[in-house]
Design a protein around this ligand. Structure first.
Ligand code: S1T
Ligand code: MG
Length: 544
């Protein structure tokens, strides 16, 4: 066995099912060993941000590790923003970078792709990851790989492996099996007891489900806990789409003043708010009608459980949920089958000559999913993300907290490669102009996403906050005409009747990506974005 084979076997043992990457001369030997071993399929894309987004989405939707492999310098630095997003949104992404061989590093030359020093990249990725290793010694490599990959899973954050190009084919022992997180059982028991005491003494307890519940594969167990606790359950923006396949009634998605007022009141007036794996960020908590005092909540996040003025450290989420389930008996008898409600009453899509608005897109997608079954969503940043909050309970991957554009299309490819499910991609014209061209790789990756481009000729989300700025006029691109050149089918859509017909035709067509170039007038926004902007202006930009 060589070092690459040992690494691939260790990645597979920790849930990886593919690698996304772009090689370069410092990574050619590594990619050659990837190909020779055949242990994991390698999907190459066109630009490294997309490599990171696709690997991120693969991890989010399939569970386990996502893997992005790049060359040293120019490739790895292109990946930085995607890894930052994975760090912020708790994704176990493994970054594998080629690097100069030992004799090159010692040559005394300035090497191509080098920045300040040969260690600059190592230091940069130290800021974006929870663990890292340089695999320059085959005797140490197995333990280094095991430690770093296990860190990614336990912390659900990115990690970094740097492989000098004289190492991939070097003989190497197997990597130790995955290690389970360690914890103090007595402290865990005390934490579970106090958490339940606080919930039981509350008169208005509420459970908010966040991203960690997905990242640690706990949706089924948390759904069972929610049924046993019999308290209202909500998600937040980053948690939208969670529990979609569980038999549990969700009250809705919390988005402060920009969301459903009933959900806002439920959360903000709770005297026992359990934030389970929730990223408490400004996206949804800075637009609260009444600021939530986290000290009076119970916040389970990043291995800690904060209650009142004290914190239990080293509380692995999976073990905590098991401890809570052990303390809350299942109700007698079998629970009545619950109707899994959608977002709201199933509005029938209008099929008239009216121009399409973002809300019409949500209604049309809801109708399609009620007729044809649920489809997972991959969403970008912009009004498409706010529109996604109006779509029924279906799995969703989106940069709802880090909010970096360009995620949608690559994430749709990563989702379909990792799960085999055909996604609907929601993306604005500005974000599409960044990474939408990766659709040219769809056929090679075996993907045929349905892509809905919110083509409003505008950076509309920015215009909503600063309407006087002319730089938000980005021109109307004809994306429908560009689809064929990338191996897909494009349809320009202007009216609600055209939207309904185009969506049905796209859904019926397999084997080629389907692009709906939905022409929306600049200034026309979703109700959710409208409320969000009004709330932000009211709360943080008084007088604006
Ligand atoms: N660059 C990147 C990589 N991510 C960003 N989030 C931004 C810039 C800032 C930004 C937004 S929203 C937005 C920009 C440029 C405009 C999005 O335009 P489009 O995709 O067409 O969607 P829509 O027209 O629906 O707004 C956020 C606020 O940071
Ligand atoms: Mg736009």
């Amino acid at each position: 066995m060589n070092l690459t084979q040992a690494l691939l076997a260790a990645l597979t043992a920790r849930g990886a099912t593919e690698i996304f990457g772009i090689p370069g001369d410092f990574a050619l030997p590594l990619f050659r060993e990837f190909e020779r071993s055949g242990l994991l399929p390698v999907h190459t894309l066109s630009h490294e941000p997309a490599v990171g987004f696709a690997a991120d989405a693969a991890a989010r939707t399939r569970g386990g590790l996502g893997v992005a492999a790049v060359t040293y310098g120019a490739g790895a630095f292109n990946l930085v923003n995607a890894v930052a997003a994975s760090y912020a949104e708790r994704v176990p992404l493994v970054v594998i970078s080629g690097a100069p061989a030992a004799h090159e590093a010692a040559s005394g030359y300035l090497l191509h792709h080098q920045v300040k020093t040969l260690d600059t990249q190592w230091r940069v990725f130290g800021e974006l990851t929870v663990d890292r290793a340089r695999l320059d010694d085959a005797r140490r490599a197995p333990d280094q790989i095991a430690r770093v990959l296990d860190s990614a899973l336990v912390r659900s954050r990115p990690v970094y492996l740097e492989i000098p190009r004289d190492m991939p084919a070097v003989a190497c022992d197997a990597v130790p099996s995955p290690a389970l997180p360690s914890f103090d059982p007595e402290r865990l028991a005390a934490c579970a007891d106090e958490l339940l005491d606080r919930l039981r003494s509350a008169s208005r307890p509420v459970l908010m489900v966040g991203v960690e519940v997905r990242r640690y594969g706990l949706e089924a167990k948390v759904a069972e806990l929610a049924r046993r606790l019999a308290i209202p359950v909500v998600t937040n923006v980053m948690g939208a789409g969670l529990m979609a396949d569980e038999d549990i009634s969700l009250a809705g998605t919390y988005l402060g003043l920009a969301g459903d007022p009933q959900v806002g009141a439920l959360v903000e007036q709770s005297d026992g708010l359990l934030l389970l794996g929730v990223i408490v960020s400004d996206t949804d908590f800075a637009v609260s009608a009444r600021r939530i005092d986290i000290r009076h909540a119970i916040h389970v996040f990043d291995g800690d459980v904060a209650m009142g003025h004290h914190v239990y450290h080293g509380m692995p989420p999976a073990e905590l949920i098991d401890a809570l389930l052990a303390r809350v008996p299942a109700p007698a008898g079998t629970p009545a089958q619950r109707e899994r409600p959608g977002v709201g009453p199933a509005a029938r899509p209008a099929e008239d000559g009216e121009p399409v608005t973002p809300h019409d897109i949500a209604v049309a997608v809801n109708a399609l999913m009620r007729e044809q079954g649920s489809l997972p969503l991959a969403c970008d940043v912009g009004d498409c993300l706010f529109t996604a909050m109006e779509i029924e309970r279906t799995p969703l991957v989106a940069p709802g907290y880090y909010a970096g554009m360009g995620y949608g299309v690559p994430a749709g490819l990563g989702l379909q490669v990792a799960t085999g499910q055909r996604p609907i991609v929601l993306v604005g014209d500005g974000a599409f102009a960044m990474t939408g061209w990766e659709l040219g790789n769809a056929a090679r990756c075996g993907c045929d996403p349905i892509v809905l481009v919110f083509n409003n000729a505008s950076w509309e989300m920015l215009r909503a906050f600063q309407s006087e700025s002319r730089f938000n006029d980005i021109g109307r691109w004809d994306f429908a005409s560009m689809a064929a050149g990338m191996g897909g089918d494009g349809r320009a859509v202007r009216t609600r009747a055209e939207l309904r017909a185009a969506l049905q035709a796209a859904h019926a067509t397999r084997g080629r990506f389907q692009l709906l170039d939905i022409r929306i007038e600049p200034g026309v926004r979703s109700p959710t974005l409208q409320r969000f902007v009004a709330a932000v202006k009211r709360l943080s930009m008084p007088g604006s």
